[in-house]
Design a protein around this ligand. Structure first.
Ligand code: BGC
Length: 426
């Protein structure tokens, strides 16, 4: 069962949180200049990236208190954050994304970054798609760290060569690659059976089979006709077919372990956002040579974006506030944007930086971001908290993962459940 179901939703706990906040303003344990940052960047590549920020903050004389909560996709981190906030002691900053920023803003718990935003000219520095996510009620409350693309396919070229297959560009090619890869002794697709990873590949399939407009209607606008329609049923069936490309031990496997199966040459490919590139980079591998990247098959016209951001909690201590402002400023400075994103696999949140030191996958990502923004294919990722609020996302995760793991459940039934649960959670 999805964790968020067991927890009270943010809205329902508003009162408790407000009471907690009153306590936090007097009980805050932070010393001047301390900045406690909650995040879930704990894999090899992620930790290297997080360390960039820690070092920059320390170089400015601040004390970085690392509050890392392991668990891909951040579900566990969000659970821990809710309980810290409810006890009146939120961290100074937390990795909070997309519409969830609005939920925390509505509770009155977030601080105001308008001063830094004005000094650094965020209005002109950031694309509006990015900037609007960072504002609550017209005020900046969070700073964007990066732009991740979710709809990627990663591959080990030696494994593909050995089996005589090309990097698939369509779903038909992906399914057709399975047999030669199996015959050559490889797992075609590395996957970790966790709800958020299932949802990550599910949204790729919706894009590939039903297209970007349908994706938006179903997974962003939650139009019941699209959520339960024939194209959704088809997408669900194709999604379940992906199981034929996976191995039997995938249940519960972390995403970075799946990436290491591609790195080690046990598996040929992985469908995963470009934080997977952080793992290839940490292993010293070169894009385009030691590993390949391409848009998830059939999704060349789409870019599912996932913007990591740090939201600041309202604090009373002046030193802590200054540390928050320094943190926000540093995050958007070129030094951080380059070093962090080269390690993390993402592209900078500000598009004005020289990308010549970035690898070929990152350069393609930026070009595709701009192209899809112009052509209408730039879509918020549902699986990564950019499209719908947490309760709806959790409800969709439950249906998707239960369907994927239940050999008896028909696609029609899953589509019906999707309509019902999305409406109930809304
Ligand atoms: C986050 C990434 C993170 C990934 C795996 C995503 O939701 O946006 O920063 O690397 O989850 O944990």
């Amino acid at each position: 069962m999805h964790v968020s179901k067991r927890l009270p939703s943010l809205r329902k706990t508003a009162l408790a949180l407000a009471t907690g906040l009153a306590a936090s303003l007097t009980l805050s344990s932070a010393q001047a200049g301390d900045v406690e940052v909650l995040h879930w960047w704990t894999s090899g590549g992620e930790a290297r990236a997080a360390n960039v920020l820690k070092e920059l903050m320390e170089a400015e004389g601040h004390n970085w208190e690392d509050f890392a909560v392991a668990g891909g996709g951040g579900e566990t981190a969000m659970t821990v954050l809710k309980s810290r906030a409810m006890s009146g002691n939120p961290p100074s900053a937390a990795q909070i994304k997309g519409p969830e920023i609005q939920e925390w803003g509505e509770l009155g718990l977030l601080g105001n970054l308008d001063g830094v935003a004005e000094a650094q000219q965020w209005e002109t520095l950031l694309p509006e798609t990015v900037a609007e996510v960072m504002r609550h009620d017209g005020h900046y409350v969070a700073v964007p760290v990066n732009v991740h693309r979710v709809n990627w396919l990663w591959a080990n070229p030696e494994v593909l060569d050995d089996a005589g297959v090309e990097m698939p560009t369509t779903l038909d090619e992906l399914f057709a690659a399975a047999e030669p890869l199996r015959e050559a002794g490889y797992i075609p697709l590395a996957h970790g059976g966790q709800a958020w990873q299932d949802a990550t590949i599910f949204e790729d399939i919706v894009l590939a089979t039903a297209g970007t407009d349908y994706y938006r209607r179903a997974l962003v606008d939650l139009d019941p006709e699209a959520l339960g329609g024939e194209p959704m049923i088809e997408a669900l069936s194709t999604f379940k077919r992906l199981r034929t490309l996976m191995d039997d031990d995938m249940s519960g496997r972390d995403w970075n372990i799946a990436t290491s199966m591609v790195i080690e040459g046990d598996a040929a490919m992985q469908l995963m956002g470009d934080w997977a590139k952080g793992e290839f980079t940490a292993a010293g591998l070169t894009a385009g040579e030691d590993y390949l990247c391409a848009p998830a098959p059939g999704t060349q016209d789409a870019f599912t974006f996932n913007i990591d951001s740090l939201a600041m909690f309202r604090v009373s201590d002046e030193g802590e506030r200054e540390a928050q402002e320094d943190l926000a400023r540093l995050v958007l400075e070129p030094t951080f944007q380059k070093a962090f994103n080269m390690a993390k696999g993402s592209i900078p949140a500000r598009p004005d930086l020289d990308m010549s030191e970035f690898d070929s996958c990152a350069q393609q990502s930026l070009a595709d971001f701009q192209r899809t923004a112009d052509e209408g294919g730039l879509m918020p990722s549902m699986a990564h908290g950019m499209a719908v609020r947490a309760a709806v996302q959790g409800a969709i995760f439950d249906v998707v993962t239960n369907y994927f793991n239940d050999t008896d459940m028909e696609a029609e039934e899953a589509a019906r459940r999707m309509v019902n649960t999305a409406q109930a959670a809304y």
